[in-house]
Ligand binder design. Structure first.
Ligand code: SF4
Ligand code: SF4
Length: 394
């Protein structure tokens, strides 16, 4: 887009505009002026991670990634695009559901006990550069932590009012399969602004779609141009190419039932022999939400209760009345995978997997959820197991 066609005309929800590469910086700075704490993807410790940003230069400019089973590397890209990589190990889950979070602390003074809960007063958050699969994963977490019978006030306080500027994916990794899960590489809901980065003979620019009133107001307040037919066609081509380059696929047709009738399948023992039960897959997964509560006594007599992420790969996770019910690694892997792809539907009426591929890249032995599902499908007899999976978690 040439700056000569930049305007500040009024944008309405559903409108499509174009920002030049500098427009991204203006967008982040405007969010800061509006009082938002701005966060986005940054390079940290050799990976793309969520982090604070104060301008577009904080984003991973000119960075590419290479991912595979048990493999993740960043490298310098031969261009200056901002979003030429797929998701790294850190998901936005931790922003709303921290790995460790204080629930309350108590000061004991003789017979009196003073109980204090942390004040939930974080500033409004704006995330620039969330990926479509991450928008989908937050919808899954919202369903579990905010919209069900038990609303988590800590999650809700941070999540409600969050401004989301999502960036559609042009460069899926070899581990990505969001196209199979209908959670990418394009996005239709769950955002205030949706951006698509274009870098072709017409220049480095972003197609920007306003999803909400807030997104429209923000676009209206920074220089932008009208999206031309060429811009819209270029966006479509980027998405078509991204779908074609998707590294993996998962056949979801009848998948929940397939897993439900195959809980005795020999593949569970086979994967159990390889799995280290290290829990990496659950820690990087943007939808895993299990937690545990721990109490500790500080040296000054204060008692602190904290909530911490937990994993179905931990032996004690299934501890019931004197013992764990999932004692083998294969039963823990089966619990994780069948919950994601099968019983999550019974519980929450949605899938528990958005196809981000993190569990594949960050599994130290390269176990691949798409491969495991395909292996079971290959030798499915169509007959029910001895025990129906639904309602049975061990
Ligand atoms: S199960 Fe794996 S691919 Fe699916 S959402 Fe979790 S980390 Fe991503
Ligand atoms: S599947 Fe991989 S990441 Fe998950 S617990 Fe087993 S070894 Fe660890």
């Amino acid at each position: 887009m040439g700056t000569e066609r930049a305007t500040r005309g009024t944008v309405r929800p559903g409108d499509v505009a174009v920002l030049d590469a500098n427009g991204l910086d203006a967008l982040i700075r405007r969010l800061r002026e509006l009082g938002f704490e701005t966060k986005g993807p940054v390079v940290r410790d050799g990976a793309i991670m969520p982090g604070p940003i104060s301008g577009a230069s904080d984003l991973p400019v000119g960075v590419a990634d290479e991912q595979g089973p048990g493999r993740y590397r960043l490298s310098a890209a031969p261009h200056s695009r901002f979003f030429d990589w797929a998701v790294g190990p850190g998901s936005w889950k931790a922003e709303f559901f921290p790995a460790v979070q204080e629930l309350w602390r108590a000061n004991v003074d003789g017979a009196s006990v003073a109980l204090m809960e942390p004040i939930l007063d974080a500033p409004p958050l704006a995330i620039v550069g969330m990926r479509p699969c991450e928008v989908a994963s937050l919808a899954v977490l919202d369903r579990v932590l905010m919209e069900g019978s038990y609303r988590d006030p800590r999650y809700a306080q941070r999540r409600e009012g969050t401004f989301v500027a999502v960036v559609e994916c042009a460069s899926p990794a070899a581990t990505c399969f969001c196209a199979s899960m209908a959670s990418g590489p394009s996005v239709d809901v769950g955002f205030d602004l949706a951006l698509t980065e274009l870098d072709d003979e017409r220049g480095h620019r972003f197609v920007a779609r306003a999803g909400t009133e807030s997104g429209a107001e923000l676009l209206s307040s920074i220089d932008h141009g009208s999206a031309s037919t060429e811009d819209l066609n270029a966006r479509e081509q980027v998405l078509v190419a991204a779908r074609a380059r998707m590294g993996r696929e998962l056949d979801t047709e009848g998948l929940a039932g397939l897993l439900a009738r195959n809980i005795d399948h020999p593949q569970w023992a086979e994967v159990g022999d390889r799995c280290l039960s290290c829990a990496n897959c659950t820690l990087v997964c943007p939808t895993c939400f299990c937690s545990d509560v721990r109490d500790s006594s500080e040296l000054d007599g204060t008692i602190v209760r904290r909530r911490a992420w937990s994993s179905c790969f931990d032996l004690e996770h299934s501890y019931l009345h004197g013992g764990a019910v999932r004692t083998s690694t294969s039963s823990r892997y089966r619990q994780w995978m069948t919950h994601k792809l099968s019983t999550w539907w019974d519980q929450f009426d949605t899938t528990g997997c958005v196809g981000c591929g993190r569990c594949i890249a960050w599994c130290p032995v390269g176990i691949d959820i798409t491969e495991e599902a395909a292996a079971i499908a290959r030798s499915d007899t169509g007959l029910a197991s001895r025990v129906e999976l639904r309602g049975v978690t061990s």
